[in-house]
Write a protein that binds this ligand. Structure first.
Ligand code: ZN
Length: 144
């Protein structure tokens, strides 16, 4: 039933088959326990799916995590958190200026200023991670 690519290592074949069986058994026991069927096919539960997925990561059973991975795989959804938790306040957040006029922060944010840069706008702390803004030495005249 499982289509395996040629040459897959026998140990990995065993892993895939064993895990698939374990996943199917876990899904079946949830169907019985909760009366579920194929509700995972619904297109409108992305947020809940993601929340449950993260819940199961914290809870700890890889079979549950895998079940939600399978659901998301089916829908083409990503596993990353929609509202990424803020990174802890760090020593500093390095900002760099790119040619499109954006300031990119090391923590993954980007900003545009109407006039000047972070210094001129007294932007001393990163609005995303709360770290102190660390600027490059001479970013095209932004240095003071
Ligand atoms: Zn930052």
């Amino acid at each position: 039933m499982i289509k395996l690519p040629d040459g897959l290592h026998p140990s990995t074949v065993e892993l895939v088959e064993g895990f698939t069986t374990a996943l199917a058994e876990k899904l079946r026991s949830s169907e019985i326990k909760y009366g579920w069927s194929d509700g995972w096919k619904d297109a409108d539960w992305r947020g809940k799916c993601l929340a449950d997925f993260n819940h199961h990561i914290d809870k700890g059973d890889p079979r549950d995590v895998a079940a939600y991975c399978a659901f998301m795989w089916f829908h083409g959804w990503q596993t990353k958190r929609l509202n990424a938790t803020a990174q802890p306040v760090s020593e500093g957040c390095k900002w760099s200026f790119d040619d499109d006029g954006y300031w990119e922060s090391a923590c993954g944010g980007s900003w545009v200023f109407n006039d000047g840069g972070p210094i001129e706008n007294e932007c001393n702390f990163c609005q995303k991670c709360g770290g102190k803004v660390v600027l490059p030495a001479a970013p095209g005249g932004q240095d003071d």
